[in-house]
Structures are given as C-alpha cells and as structure tokens.
Ligand binder design. Structure first.
Ligand SMILES: [Zn+2]
Length: 234
C-alpha cells in the first residue's frame, strides 16, 4: 500500500498539480518519479513533497528555548552560523531518538516508499516491471557536505539524499535507464545566505554541488520541463 503522502498521477503535469494542491508552505521541496516501459508504452507518476525543517520537527517553543539558553550562556546573540550548527545538532538528535519517520526530505520519502511504488506500478499493469526511471526534483539532492540531518539516521540508508539515490539505483538493477532532473541547485537556497555563512560552510555548499553536477545521471530542468512546472503552477 502506498503511504498517504505519495500521490499517483497519469502525467507529469498532473503530478506537478498534485504537489501544488498539497503544498503547505513556501519551503516545500518535492520529488516525482516516472516509471515506464518503452516496450509496452506504459508509464506512471508518483509525487511527494516535504516541508521538513527544524521548527516542524521540534516545535517553535523548544527551538526558542534552546536558542535563548545559548544566548544566556554566551551573553550575546546567536550568529547565523551558530544557529545553523544548533539546528543541525537538534536535527541529528531528533533522528537518533527515532522520530525519523515524521521527517525526511522529499527524495527520502520517495525512496522509503519505493517498494510500494514498484508494486503499485506492477499491480496496475498486469505484473509488468518498469525498466526506465525518471526523477524530477525541485532541488538537487543534499550531500554529505550539507551537515547533519534527522534523516541521516534512517537505518540501512547512508546519510544524504545523494548517497541514498545512488544506493537506490544500485539496488534496482531491473531498471536499466535512470535520469534525475532537478529544477534548481540546492545551493541556490544557500546562496542568499552566502554572506552569513562561514567560508567552510560555503565551500561545503560548492563541494556538494560539484558531486551532483559531475554525475552524468543528473541534469538541470530543460526549458520544456520548466514550462511544464510553471504551467502547473509550481
Ligand atoms: Zn536530502
């Protein structure tokens, strides 16, 4: 059975529209997988989104108290870099405590639902197995360089969506063609904060991007894909 957060569609445009309909916040990050078999002409789309962030995970009140405690200890306001470190430590701790099922990036939600998605494809198509997978991501996947995350603690999965996607590909040998399209580089979210980041943090953003852009499976959205997303309202 598909988890509730996975929405099935018959076209990429409808998949994008389902994300818009479910979008609960402007920080929504989404992922769509298209499974198909060129031989039969069958295809299907499965979409999910995530608004996971520290506030969602631990609640604003607890986050405020932790920050206030840090301010009291240091006698000065928290810098953006320190706040980021605190958030990452909280996120990692939340994951260790086993709340991970409630968190997770959009890619991770797709990956965790993968066996159900594959079964959903086959059940609706007389047992046929797909051999082609296309992933459409709002953001390029996070990498090891992006710091601690709650979902780094998902058992049996490596930290970071980039590594989890690599594992997914290696574990699904029956799918012989993969492509992963991302609408914007994850680092763009960070670019706005560049002035507030330490040089180390900024270098890590760049290193994470280099991992993705040097991998031949990853491509930025084409003008056609961008138009499809825009027409769907994303
Ligand atoms: Zn991620």
């Amino acid at each position: 059975m598909l988890p509730n957060h996975i929405v099935t569609s018959n076209s990429l445009s409808l998949a994008f529209q389902s994300i818009l309909a479910a979008n609960q916040g402007r920080n929504c990050v989404w992922a769509v997988v298209e499974l198909s078999s060129p031989a039969s002409g069958n295809s299907g789309y499965w979409a999910t989104h995530s608004t996971q962030n520290v506030v969602q995970v631990i609640g604003q009140a607890l986050k405020d108290r932790i920050e206030q405690a840090a301010v009291r200890n240091s006698g000065q306001a928290i810098s953006a870099a320190d706040r980021r470190n605190i958030n990452e430590k909280i996120a990692a701790e939340v994951g260790v405590q086993g709340l991970r099922d409630k968190v997770g990036h959009a890619e991770e939600r797709l990956i965790l639902a993968w066996p159900d998605i594959m079964e959903d494809y086959s059940q609706a198509r007389h047992g046929e197995q797909p051999d082609t997978a296309r992933l459409y991501l709002s953001d390029s996947p996070c990498t090891l360089y992006d710091g601690n995350k709650a979902s780094n603690n998902i058992s049996g999965k490596p930290p970071s969506c980039f590594a989890k996607l690599n594992l997914l590909i290696s574990e699904n040998a029956s799918i012989t063609s993969w492509a992963i399209y991302y609408r914007k580089p994850w680092g763009i979210l960070q670019t706005k904060k560049q002035g507030k980041m330490s040089l180390d943090q900024w270098n890590n953003v760049q290193a994470g991007q280099a991992l993705v852009t040097s991998n031949e499976r990853y491509q930025a959205f084409s003008p056609e894909l961008e138009a499809t997303a825009k027409r769907a309202g994303l």
